[in-house]
Design a protein around this ligand. Sequence first.
Ligand SMILES: [Cu+2]
Length: 120
Amino acid sequence: MKYIKRFLSAVLVLGLFTQIPSQSSAQEEIRTIEIHAHRFSFSPSEITLKKGETVKLRLISDDVTHALFIPGLQIKQAVSKGHPAEITVTPGSAGDFRGECANFCGSGHGSMLFTAHVKD
Ligand SMILES: [Cu+2]
């Protein structure tokens, strides 16, 4: 009985130490790209992704509510000041995917363009 208890607690302790580091390192592997939206542009206005690579896009508004709309990548995400938004994307094909602001934000709204280049 004594040995069984020792064995079980050893398994528990080992489990704790082996699980926690592997979980956090898996999260760190996802590349995060920060994109600021402000009247009247995105910065950066172009990003380069790799086909099949999962990346996290972190959207931040510096002023009013904007929305990043990239139809070819099934992305449509609004973002307002003080509330960053995160999108995870895994491009399935290579090419240049055009995007734009999808939330009317003033006179220069139409010039808020974006391009995601996806390499093979
Ligand atoms: Cu906008």
